[in-house]
Ligand binder design. Sequence first.
Ligand SMILES: [Zn+2]
Length: 114
Amino acid sequence: MPDDPPYTDKQAEERLLKRRRDILALLDGHSQDGKPVELDQTRVGRLSRMDALQHQAMAQETERRRQQELTRIDAALVRLRNGSYGDCVECGEPIANKRLDLDPSVLYCIACAG
Ligand SMILES: [Zn+2]
């Protein structure tokens, strides 16, 4: 098992809230990408429109992932308050710090995620 002590609730909460702020900032900055594609009159042509549509699809996918992460972060904050944060929701074993480093809202231990 990892030698590092688990994060304290305070550390975990700070990490989650920071991540939450980062995502909200990103969502804010990219909100325009969610609007319908308008034809750029200076670059009219099939290719540029397809580029724009493709770009929009990617932006929407990115935004969808961020919304999902926000949902997970909110759930993690709830678990932090009821004392189950950091435990795998599947098997109840503690989740390795390395996994929480990558994503503080992760729900499963390495065994259950695989
Ligand atoms: Zn597990």
